[in-house]
Design a binder for this molecule. Structure first.
Ligand code: 0A1
Ligand code: ZN
Length: 881
């Protein structure tokens, strides 16, 4: 975390600690700039450890103020303290001993937001991954588990609320207007799950009765006055608790479960035992201020953090190389939860879109790493979409491979066998092997080999023998540190769809294992032959995205249209329509580059409009289909020599062609597709809003006038519609009076609501085109721009760099220079945030040469800075390698 030692941590060097931690007893005397921390730690030397071995504790920017051994002062000759570590020698050979460490820390000055910090007057902590060592000297690693007793002493008027993990023990008045509270968490936990909150907050309370009949108090703490906006989060929490009992048999294990929403937070939320701390963006919602996407995010993240109570807390990680053990599994669980709460196929489409747009580029670029890495320089940089989303896909593949029943057996064994452990990915996989007898050694390569596998497939039908032959080839591309790869075990869900739309059942299959609808590709080259296929089928492959791969399957537009019309798997239909659209988008880009006019194939237009009109399909699905692959998707498909301006122009002409042909459909959807009755954030109503809003978006291409959008802006009675209208005005008609008026009205109306002001910044930062950089620069000086607030920085700088391909990748390189200067300004204050923003340049090598040159220069500017944090140093060096 701190500026930095060039130290690489290696999995191969893992060994358990020399000393076992038995108990932790912490006392905090809260003060804005000088908080006193007394840590009483009971240890004993592990069996077999050399009697001369010292106890080495981690620290980060700490100063030691007191050190006792069994209540006696330790002489200076017996220890060495630096800001980064505390080493104590000559400790008892056997039996427990008590170390008391005193440190003073400054929460007010903690701009990194790691350890104990102050946000809007509230004290809170963030300890994952290595923040606890900024509070006190400690064996700050996830395999050191102990029960914690916490006492918090603070000024009563300023901090009526004193919270920590576990169950409340009691409290009372102290001296000089101070009071105290004590908490005990009986579940042994690693330090990264510690949390403390002190301050003055409002609360929403509820309760939950667990499956064994225990009452759990539920509390969500938010700033005073914001309580009504926590109702949806509370509802999502109760649904999560119930779902985890029903689906996975997991029951909550303390008397109380608390969520605290804070406005300054580096990530989404944190699963501290019994006391989750959230970025308030993922708690607060009401129809006037939150979009349907916000509601869906809140539901998913509340669930995610709650599910960590078992997958992460009860069973934690042995070391940070195992991060995906908890994150991949918990993402898998929250995906399943959302699928059950909403439409499963639509949820799957959204997941795959996200995976392809975020994880695939990571896996194809300089930051690629395995789901279970073997080394890191800065663990904060490994909270990646590979660890999270690809990690979840790997677990989804285990479920696909084994089938639902065997998957459940394996997971049940995992919960039973490893409860209370700090486990590894190998432990996890072994549970599925032991529960089912299946050998998963080849499958485990998914954890160890980085890169998105490329599967090339071709099918051939032979009428004389009534056989269908499918030839497959797999190739895993080289990634940093991994030049050559072994073939993987790839589960491919498939169907052979006949001319009448029914799915063929083969009488037999040779060439490899097929279980139900899943074909197991295990060789580099493999040919499957299906017999008893009476007429030519259309192959639908990798249905539901059963494996996170790039698939090259040459299919005619007619075959794709057939899948789009008939596949019982809605996901496969969406995939087919996407596969139909992508070549046209690519062709449009190339045509414009060659000075030709773009001709959008009528088959594509017809298929899309037919889907838009098809009332048998749910609106949310139709909206997904109409949302064409993004500019980033097209760039990824092109792979190299990318010109974002050409991609943007090509995509725009395809959208215009669809809009012109479908204008009556879009008009009618815009008029009629409205939910009935009072606002509800549920998936059905959200789907209707999504379809209506995408229709409005097409109308801006057909009608070329801001007037209808300005009217939609005035008519909107919820944030989803309002924000869509604002976005369309700003993005399609940036220089119009209507846009200026709407941006002004929006700002005035929501001036007091930071989360909505973030949207105002993001909309402007993502206006396509070279002129946006000037606007972004101007916005940096707007009084609403608060550089210490990560959400605000992400809304302006992050949206520009991650989500504005034409603006950020300006041909003159000014976008990259802007980002570099921002990184250098943010890094000294918040290295985590700076490093994450920098990953927006991860695909720089796939740009056309002029832009790539500018990008490299900007990266070199960062690289040349002498004072980089370890976080940014790690990213910039990997990007330039
Ligand atoms: N474990 C959290 C993510 C998280 C990681 C690091 C943090 O440090 C700032 C904060 C949160 C999760 O998966 O939700
Ligand atoms: Zn998580």
């Amino acid at each position: 975390m701190s500026t930095s030692e060039n130290k690489i941590v290696e999995l191969a060097h893992y060994r358990p600690t020399d000393f076992v931690l038995e108990r932790v007893d912490l006392t905090f005397e809260i003060d804005p700039t000088n908080t006193k921390v007394d840590a009483r730690l009971i240890f004993h030397r592990r069996d077999g450890v050399d009697a001369a071995a010292p106890l080495v504790l981690d620290g980060d920017e700490l100063t030691l103020s007191g050190l006792l051994l069994d209540q006696n002062e330790v002489p200076a000759s017996q220890y060495t303290a630096t800001a980064q570590s505390l080493t104590i020698r000559d400790l008892p050979e056997s039996g427990p001993f008590e170390i008391t460490v005193t440190t003073f820390i400054n929460p007010q000055a903690n701009s990194q937001l790691m350890g104990l910090y102050r946000t809007n007057g509230i004290y809170c902590t963030q300890c994952e991954a290595e923040g606890f060592r900024r509070i006190t000297y400690f064996p700050d690693r996830p395999d050191v588990l102990a029960p914690y007793t916490i006492t918090i002493i603070a000024d009563k008027a300023a901090n009526p609320l004193l919270l920590s993990n576990g169950n409340y023990l009691g409290g009372g008045n102290y001296d000089e207007g101070r009071h105290f509270a004590a908490w005990f968490d009986p579940h042994p936990k690693p330090s990264y799950l510690f949390a403390l909150v002190a301050g003055d907050l409002g609360v929403v309370e509820d309760s939950f009765t667990t499956m064994s009949g225990r009452d759990v108090a539920l509390k969500i703490y938010v700033e005073h006055g914001k309580e009504p906006r926590a109702a949806f989060a509370m509802d999502a929490l109760k649904r999560s608790m119930k779902w985890d009992e029903e689906r996975f048999g997991r029951e909550y294990d303390l008397d109380i479960f608390m969520v605290v929403a804070v406005s300054d937070f580096n990530m989404g939320a944190m699963e501290n035992k019994g006391l989750n701390v959230f970025n308030d963006k993922y708690v607060l919602a009401d129809p006037d201020t939150a979009t349907d996407q916000d509601y869906a995010n809140i539901e998913a993240i509340i669930a995610h953090e709650y599910f960590h109570n078992w997958t992460g807390n009860r069973i934690t990680c042995r070391d940070w190389f195992q991060l995906s053990l908890k994150e991949g599994l918990t993402v898998y669980r929250d995906h399943e939860f959302s699928a059950d709460m909403r439409s499963r196929p639509v949820k799957r489409i959204a997941e795959v879109r996200h995976l392809k747009s975020e994880q695939f580029p990571e896996d194809a670029g300089p930051l690629a790493h395995p789901v279970r890495p073997t080394k890191y320089r800065e663990i904060n940089n490994f909270y990646t979409t590979t660890i999270y989303e690809k990690g979840s896909e790997v677990i989804r593949m285990i479920a696909t491979l084994l089938g639902a029943d065997d998957f459940k057996k394996g997971l049940d064994l995992y919960f039973e066998r490893h409860d209370g452990d700090a486990a590894t990915v190998e432990d996890f996989v072994k549970c599925f092997e032991d529960a089912t007898g299946r050998d998963l050694s080849q499958f485990s390569l998914w954890y160890h080999q980085a890169g998105t596998p490329l599967v090339t497939a071709s099918g051939a039908y032979d009428a004389t023998t009534a056989t269908f032959t499918l030839s497959l080839e797999q190739m895993v591309p080289a990634t940093p540190g991994q030049p050559s790869k072994e073939p993987m075990h790839i589960p491919l869900s498939f169907a052979l769809i006949l001319a009448d739309g029914t799915v063929a059942t083969a009488t037999g299959v040779t060439g490899g294992e097929v279980t139900g609808e899943v074909l197991h590709l295990t060789e580099r080259n493999q040919t499957f032959t299906f017999t008893g296929i009476a007429s030519r089928p259309v192959l639908s492959l990798n249905r539901s995205f059963s494996a996170p791969i790039n698939l090259h399957l040459d299919q005619s537009p007619d075959d794709l249209a057939h899948i789009a019309r008939h596949d019982p798997d809605l996901f496969a239909r969406w995939q087919a329509l996407t596969d139909l659209a992508l070549p046209s988008l690519i062709q449009a880009t190339r045509d414009l580059q060659d000075g030709k006019t773009v001709e959008t194939p009528s088959a594509l237009i017809t298929a899309l409009i037919e889907t838009a009109d098809d009332e048998s399909l749910e609106p949310a699905f139709r909206a997904q289909v109409l949302t064409l692959p993004s500019e980033a998707d097209i760039a990824r498909e092109l792979g190299r020599n990318n010109d974002p301006d050409a991609i943007h122009a090509g995509r725009t002409s395809v959208l215009a062609a669809i809009a012109e042909a479908g204008v009556s459909t879009f008009q009618s959807l815009f008029q009629t597709m409205r939910p009935d009755g009072a606002f509800s954030p549920d998936a059905q109503d959200a789907g209707k809003r999504a379809l209506r809003n995408i229709a409005l978006s097409y109308l801006t291409y057909a009608e070329q006038s801001p007037a209808p959008v300005a009217e939609a802006f005035s008519d909107a009675d919820n944030m989803t519609d309002l924000l869509q209208a604002l976005t369309l005005l700003a993005h399609r008609f940036p220089d119009s009076g209507e846009t200026e008026g709407a941006l002004g009205a929006f700002l005035t109306r929501f001036d007091a609501n930071p989360l909505v002001i973030d949207k105002w910044f993001a909309v402007q930062a993502t206006i396509p085109g070279a002129a946006t950089l000037d606007r972004v620069n101007a916005l940096m000086n707007d009084p609403h721009f608060t550089p210490g607030n990560p959400n605000r920085v992400r809304a302006l700088v992050g949206s520009f760099a991650f989500s504005n391909p034409t603006g950020f990748n300006r041909a003159d390189g000014a976008g990259y220079r802007f980002l570099a200067s921002q990184i250098l300004q943010i890094d000294p204050k918040n290295p985590q945030l700076a490093a994450r923003l920098l990953t927006s340049m991860r695909s720089w090598r796939s740009l056309e040469p002029q832009r790539a040159d500018h990008a490299r220069s900007a990266l070199l500017t960062i690289d040349r800075s002498a004072t980089l944090s370890n976080d940014v140093r790690d990213i910039v060096e990997r990007m330039l390698k």
